[in-house]
Each structure stands twice: as C-alpha cells, then as structure tokens.
Design a protein around this ligand. Structure first.
Ligand code: KIV
Length: 291
C-alpha cells in the first residue's frame, strides 16, 4: 500500500519560504475539489468565506455564518491528507469580543476539522488575533482589501494606494506579526508595498492581487478553474474553463438522449429472455400467475 502523504506543518511552510520557494494557497468548498487540490500539492487549502458567493449564491461574504463555514470546512477537512486546512472566520465571528473570537476559532478546529484559522483586519484586530493564538489556535491574518468590511473601505477597491494608506498597511502587518500570526494574506494592494511588507516581516505573506513580491500566492479555486463565470477579479487568472466544459457536457447529454445514443447497451442492466417472457405472461394472465 502506498504511504499516505505527510501532513504539512506551519514550520514546513516557513522552511519553504526560507529556501526561496513560493508557497501556494487555494480555496476549496467541498470534498471532491479538496481531494484534487490536495493531490496537486497545494500547501494550504483555504475554506474561505468567499464560499458565500461561490457555493451559496449570496451577493458577498457578510451573510455567511459560522454554521455554514463549519459545514463546508468539515467536507474539505475529510478530504485533505497533506495540506494545511485554513478555516476562515466569517463576519461577526470575532468582532464582539475576544471570548467570542476564541470560542469560534476553537469551534472551527473542533467541528470544522481545520488546522488553523484566518481572520480579516489589521492593527485594530491584533489583540483579537493574539487572544486566539494564546488560546492555542494558529492564526493567518488578512489585510488590504478585506471583503467583510468592503462597505467601510468604500467598495472592493485596491488599498494602500497613497502614502498614508501604505504606511497603515505596514503598521497592520507588523501588528499582526507581533500578535503571533504565522502568515498574512495581502489582498489587492500595490505590488511594491506588498514587497516592502514581505521584506520587513519574518513571517510569510501570501498575495492575492498583491503582485509577485509576496512569499506565496493565493487564488480562489472558482476563479482559477473558470467555475464561476459571472465575474473574474482583474488580479485573478483563469487557467481553464470548467463552466464551458460543464455547459458542453450538459448539451451533449440532452442531444444524445434525444438522438438515442444514450443510454447505450453498456449503460443498461438486462434480464434473461425466459424471465421477461414470464413477467409478460404474468401481466397478461394475472390470476394464473397467482395460483
Ligand atoms: O474567502 C476567501 O476566499 C479569501 C481569499 C480571497 C483570501 O479570504
């Protein structure tokens, strides 16, 4: 029997970055895609609250609940043998108090089966991040464009485009590192500011719309494979077009049924001729069959 792949650790990610190799994070919302992502050797599998759009049909991430996150995290965790599974804390799960944040981070690990949690927010949330880390749950930070608070940020906009904004991002990153975060996602910020942050931190950064100077890169699976074709952020890249493939398969299915090519003999189950004759005879003379 082949050996099960070795489970990755946070230290292994740090070692990879120290060797100058990039690390990879991709989102997953269900069991089959998590299996494929893990098999492909992706280092971190993020059960992101973007599942509000990609799996649940919400208009954004704000409505997503802890119960919904845990439901998807469970499916992903069951599939993953090697990657680190990251559970995103949804809006409202860590905002009211440190106690709430700790309770929800522990729920994500115990019920969702994730290895670590991710939370949005910079300097203002460093205390919350520290409380979760001190409770024993590793935390990945997330700064820049933070979709849970996009309304407050003035929409889904690039952050840190001016001097004050860039300096705030640097303070945010440093505060999260000091709070004990093991890595930070940098979303939608200027590439050279992401480079500056990455240079200044001892912990790895993972960029999504933050250019090539981060320690690693994050993408949402549905963007990467073209599964969600309503919208593709400029910073994402589609490496294949699964939506097109699914559409083609569904057209072919209907055409083959109409044309008689499906189901074919190899898709059917048979009954022996004498048994079929007996069934017919029984239907023609029900009283006799009952004797
Ligand atoms: O929810 C998510 O998918 C995320 C990524 C965009 C980093 O937070």
């Amino acid at each position: 029997m082949a050996d099960a792949p070795k489970k990755l650790t946070i230290a292994a990610i740090a070692a990879k970055v120290a060797r100058g190799e990039p690390f990879f994070q991709v989102t997953a919302v269900d069991y089959p895609t998590a299996l494929l992502i893990d098999r492909a050797g992706i280092d971190l599998i993020l059960v992101g609250d973007s599942l509000g759009m990609t799996a649940l049909g919400y208009g954004g991430t704000v409505p997503v609940t802890m119960d919904e996150m845990i439901h998807h995290a469970k499916a992903v965790s069951r599939a993953v043998e090697r990657a680190i599974v990251v559970g995103d804390l949804p809006f409202g799960a860590y905002h009211a108090s440190a106690e709430d944040a700790i309770r929800n981070a522990i729920r994500m690990q115990k019920e969702g089966g994730t290895d670590v949690v991710k939370m949005e927010g910079g300097e203002a949330f460093a205390g919350t991040a520290r409380a979760i880390v001190e409770a024993g749950v590793p935390v990945m930070g997330h700064i820049g464009l933070t979709p849970q608070t996009a309304t407050k940020l003035g929409g889904f906009k690039v952050q840190g485009k001016d001097v004050a904004g860039s300096l705030q991002l640097i303070r945010d990153a440093e505060a999260l590192e000091a709070a004990g975060c093991f890595a930070i996602v940098l979303e939608a910020i200027p590439d050279r500011i992401a480079g500056l942050i990455t240079e200044r931190l001892a912990i790895p950064t993972s960029g999504i719309g933050a250019g090539p100077h981060c320690s690693g890169q994050t993408l949402v699976l549905h963007d990467l494979i073209g599964m969600f074709d309503r919208f593709l952020p400029r910073f994402a890249k589609r490496y294949c077009n699964v939506a097109e493939e699914i559409g083609r398969a569904l057209d072919d299915f209907q055409a083959e049924v109409r044309g008689g090519a499906f189901p074919a003999p190899e898709n059917c189950f048979t009954i022996k001729d004498p048994d079929l004759d007996a069934v017919r005879a029984a239907l023609d003379a029900p009283d006799k069959a009952a004797e």
